[in-house]
Design a protein around this ligand. Structure first.
Ligand SMILES: NC(=O)c1ccc[n+]([C@@H]2O[C@H](COP(=O)([O-])OP(=O)(O)OC[C@H]3O[C@@H](n4cnc5c(N)ncnc54)[C@H](OP(=O)(O)O)[C@@H]3O)[C@@H](O)[C@H]2O)c1
Length: 258
């Protein structure tokens, strides 16, 4: 049985495409009212319209999570226009700067941490002050399976996502019992952000995975809905890795199973 989110309100950042859009659709499909946010207003409005066209209650508020005023504006909008803010999904991120750390541009490094880490904290603070402290709630931060190990050229992204995972655990400790804070860590998923990887090497990556395919945004969305729902009522500070077996692929013996 799918979790029910009837009567709940959710805010999803980076909700105009990829994983964020799939999460917004899945939350709405489970009965939640959803506020979507991202930078490009046209693409965001189209996403919200898509949810409304499917019969869901959805609204859009454009902006960058890097703007210090954006979190409070989103929370105020959710509370005033949609009736609350029970679920926050911190999904918006940048995978820049790409390259060796010895050549990293300090401004781009700071930008990565602003978008990927600080914005998530600001959104949780705003949600806590504006709704969750009094009413409780559930936060899901989208990290990455890749933060569990190092790789070429992704030092800034990986370090920021590792910080987001630590932030998740810290906040979980600070905000219980009223507010649960968890992470979902995707492996390679077929979205724009990861296009450079799956276009170049998707089939060979898939062949090496126990599950035999790369991820689709809906694979991640289902995990987020479950973790955000009361089905996961005793789970906080957890990292749910949704990666088709990426972390255990070293044990794979090609052709040995199935
Ligand atoms: N795809 C993968 O393989 C993969 C793997 C591991 C983790 N993840 C994580 O999954 C999450 C979603 O990634 P995705 O692959 O779905 O990316 P995506 O398809 O490129 O979508 C990114 C979304 O975030 C929005 N966004 C980007 N920067 C923003 C900002 N500063 N403020 C507000 N919104 C912003 C984008 O819209 P605008 O450009 O209009 O703002 C878009 O809606 C990210 O946290 C990413 O790190 C992805």
């Amino acid at each position: 049985m799918s979790p029910s989110l009837h009567g709940r309100t959710a805010l999803v950042t980076g909700a105009s495409s990829g994983i964020g859009l799939a999460v917004a659709e899945a939350l709405a499909g489970a009965g939640a009212r959803v506020l979507l946010t991202a930078r490009d207003p046209a693409r965001l409005d189209a996403a919200a319209q898509r949810l409304r066209g499917a019969g869901h209650r959805a609204a859009a508020l454009a902006g960058t999570v890097a703007d210090p005023g954006h979190p409070a504006a989103c929370v105020a909008y959710a509370v005033q226009e949609l009736g609350g803010l029970d679920i926050l999904v911190n999904n918006a991120a940048t995978n820049q700067p790409y390259g060796p750390l010895m050549e990293v541009d300090p401004d781009l490094w700071r930008e990565a941490f602003t978008v990927n880490v600080e914005a998530a904290l600001r959104l949780v603070q705003a949600a806590w002050r504006g709704w969750m402290r009094e009413h409780g709630g559930s936060v899901v931060n989208i990290c990455t399976e890749g933060a569990g190990h190092v790789g070429p050229n992704v030092g800034a992204y990986g370090t920021s996502k590792a910080a987001l995972l630590h932030l998740t655990q810290q906040l979980a400790g600070e905000l219980g019992p009223g507010v649960r804070v968890n992470a979902v860590s995707p492996g390679l998923v077929r979205t724009e952000m990861a296009r450079f990887m799956w276009e170049a090497a998707g089939p060979s990556i898939a062949a090496g995975l126990p599950m035999g395919r790369i991820g689709e945004p809906e694979d991640i969305a289902r995990a987020v809905v479950w973790l955000a729902s009361q089905e996961a009522a005793w789970i906080t500070g957890a990292e749910l890795v949704v990666d088709g077996g990426t972390r255990v692929r070293a044990a794979r013996v090609p052709g040995a199973a199935g």
